[in-house]
Design a protein around this ligand. Structure first.
Ligand code: GCB
Length: 669
């Protein structure tokens, strides 16, 4: 069975880590998705099943080759790799785990023809003890089948569409979210060893006293079973950020020392970037699990000491109100797609610090653990989002998967000081009649796992009926419903609460095109369940493009209304404009760098007023960098709302944002 914990693999005196990254054999499942199962490709080397190519891991497979069939493939692909399991591992009686950082979207894994793992939902790690399946001192094979198909019950959701082509019928993938559905083995694959009785999971929460004593509450869970008469002991050492033993005391709660309270005099707190001269201070908990007859297991967990609190108006870190200066982002780059890449991550964090940001949201899915490590160490605050984007078609099956994604995310990231909020969804259909009970359950679920962090979401439905009605009356561009394409020709005459009848007329007032269409158009039902309200709004872009003169008052008004409705802190989780780097137009015009800058300036005016109102806790521009999307006529080589290009070079907007973020940092911190 898979283990309970999902600790990141770290080498120690008792643990070895072996990377399986590199080139893997790869082939598409053709002519149909099931052929690999029918022909049992996991029973032999993939290269013996037919022609294979070499594919890098970690990487998305889509953009590596010039073959459109690979980029646009829908369904299964297969990978395999052979490796040696050292004989010494058996001699030492090691337990060996196979761990994937993430495979998008679903994966089945065989080791030497045995099915060992089955995991659904991308962007999250999964692992299993494979000791019994390994051949020590010999060659072993891992086979992975990866499925990228998204349906109404996957997270995120999508649907398949059948089209007819010149050469016959074909199935294509459609989805409403605005980023490319990259697939493959996106993050590192590790084999790691532990002793037979091992540290399986650790939970820490932190606090500090007024006189500067840092407090770490810890709880260790072990795996494996003790022989009869065997005893176990857990001991803790605290190291400072130079890996030197720190002075501390421990009061254990139980005889074995598996949980307790650690106190550190004059502790250094974990502070966000630019809120302190030494941001991102990390201690290390050195955990040693000793048993009578087994080898000790040693695991080192990085820990930052900080508190998070929130009120009806503020978000506080270490009891100090924090204002979020940040971004929405993506894991996205040329060639590798969503593949983890240290050079890229290093560059990104350097840019984040260069621009003076202190935070970002992991829109719209959990980011690689290696990326999160940087956030911990650089003091970047993370709004940690699960992969639920454009949530719609609420069903029990979806709810189950949605909460599973949150459970796995929380298990993975619970100990990270950088994680300041859980984001449970991006732009869900929170005006749907089923949204209230669905999200009430989701929020309750998160609270049952972690009460130390606030729950948020990025909302884009309207906060009030008034607003919704008013907006649907506008003939152009304002109505974003399923029928997007038709909205230009429609005006809406009648609106009835909840189950809505809408009469549609052509704009010149002639007969209705359709007598009535039934759509659900209501106001947001999720905000009431959240601790902190995030909202996405594209004034001057999707709403009245070209008209930056509407922005200031609308943003001011909307943020205030959200607060008035729910009496909770509010931040802007998305706003922005596309700009095609190098396109200059004066006076400003949509898609030019000038327009993006002007639209930002108008938002800044609103934010500056809002900041004086004492409930507005931050601004996150959409997006950090340009990113790839599915092919559509509204996207020029992808979404261009980045302040950096996809190659991570600054647009005019980056310099503009930098001025603001540094000024805010100097003024606020
Ligand atoms: C949004 C979505 C984001 C899109 C963005 C846009 O509201 O949350 O995923 O990329 O708008 O640029 O349209």
């Amino acid at each position: 069975a898979s283990t309970a914990g999902i600790l990141y693999p770290r080498e120690s005196e008792s643990r070895e880590v072996k990377s399986l990254d590199g080139m893997w054999n790869f082939r598409l499942s053709l002519p149909d998705s099931l052929v690999g199962f029918k022909e049992r490709w996991y029973m032999k080397d993939l290269s013996k099943t037919g022609p294979v190519i070499q594919m890098p891991v970690p990487s998305s497979y889509n953009d590596v080759m010039v073959d459109k069939n690979i980029r646009d493939h829908v369904g299964l692909v297969w990978y395999d790799k052979s490796f040696f399991a050292p004989e010494s591992w058996r001699q030492q009686g090691y337990r060996v785990c196979l761990r994937f950082g993430s495979v998008n979207y679903a994966a089945q894994v065989w080791v030497n023809t045995h099915l060992v793992l089955n995991h659904e939902i991308g962007h999250l790690p999964f692992q299993r003890d494979i000791t019994a399946n390994l051949k020590f001192g010999r060659l072993n094979r891992i086979t992975v089948a990866v499925d990228n198909v998204l349906l109404a019950t996957t997270v995120p959701q999508g649907s398949l569409q059948n089209i007819s082509t010149n050469t016959g019928p074909k199935t294509i993938q459609t989805y409403t979210f605005d980023f490319f559905n990259y697939a493959g083995i996106h993050r590192s694959v590790f084999l790691y060893t532990t002793p037979i009785v091992y540290i399986d999971d650790v939970d820490v929460t932190t606090n500090f006293t007024e006189d500067g004593v840092g407090i770490i509450n810890y709880k260790v869970q072990y795996g494996g079973s003790l022989s009869s008469g065997e005893t176990l002991n857990c001991s803790i050492t605290v190291l400072n950020n130079e890996n030197v033993r720190e002075k501390f005391t421990v009061i254990t709660n139980d005889e074995e020392g598996l949980s307790g309270i650690i106190k550190i005099e004059n502790a250094k707190l974990w502070w966000p970037y630019l809120m302190h001269e030494e941001p991102g201070y990390m201690y290390t908990l050195e955990i040693r699990l000793s048993t009578t007859w087994n080898v000790d297991d040693i695991y080192r967990l990085p820990v930052g000491i900080r508190t998070i609190k929130w009120t009806n108006t503020a978000f506080l870190i270490n009891n100090k109100p924090a204002y979020l200066r940040g971004f929405g982002r993506h894991e996205d780059s040329d060639i590798r797609g969503k593949g983890m890449d240290y050079a890229l991550v290093t560059r990104d964090y350097d840019l984040i610090k260069w621009i003076g940001a202190n935070s970002y949201r992991t829109s719209h899915y959990p980011y690689a653990e290696e990326i999160m490590d940087f956030a911990d160490r650089h003091g970047i605050m993370i709004v940690d989002e699960c992969p639920s984007v454009d949530t719609d078609n609420f069903s029990d099956k979806l709810l189950k998967k949605h909460t599973t994604s949150l459970a796995e995310l929380i298990k993975r990231d619970k100990n990270r000081p950088s994680v300041i909020m859980w984001s449970i969804a991006n732009e869900p259909r929170s005006d749907h009649k089923d949204a209230d009970s669905y999200f009430k359950y989701v929020v309750g679920f998160v609270k049952s796992k972690d009460k130390t962090r606030p729950v948020t979401a990025a909302l884009n439905k309207w906060y009030s009926i008034d607003r919704a009605v008013k907006y649907t009356h506008l003939p152009f561009g304002e109505l974003r419903c399923k029928n997007n394409a038709n909205t230009h020709f429609l005006s809406i005459c009648t609106f009835v609460y909840r189950s809505v009848a809408i009469f549609v007329k052509t704009l010149d007032g002639s007969r209705p095109i359709t007598a009535a269409i039934a759509v659900q158009l209501d106001t947001d039902q999720l905000g009431q369940h959240l601790d902190i309200i995030g909202f996405n709004r594209y004034n001057g872009w999707y709403s009245l493009p070209g008209h930056t003169e509407i922005i200031k008052s609308r943003i001011e008004d909307e943020a205030a209304k959200w607060h008035a409705k729910h009496n909770k802190p509010v931040f802007m989780t998305e706003y922005g404009a596309d700009s095609y780097a190098g396109l200059h137009v004066s006076p400003s015009f949509v898609w030019s760098e000038e327009y993006q800058v002007e639209l930002m300036s108008e938002h800044f005016k609103a934010f500056d007023i809002l900041r004086t109102k004492n409930f507005f806790i931050g601004e996150m521009i959409w997006n950090f960098a340009d990113f790839k999307t599915e092919q559509s006529v509204t996207r020029v080589g992808g979404n261009k709302k980045g302040v950096f290009t996809r190659q991570r070079e600054p647009k005019s907007s980056a310099h503009h944002l930098r001025k603001r973020y540094w000024a805010l940092a100097n003024h606020l911190d």
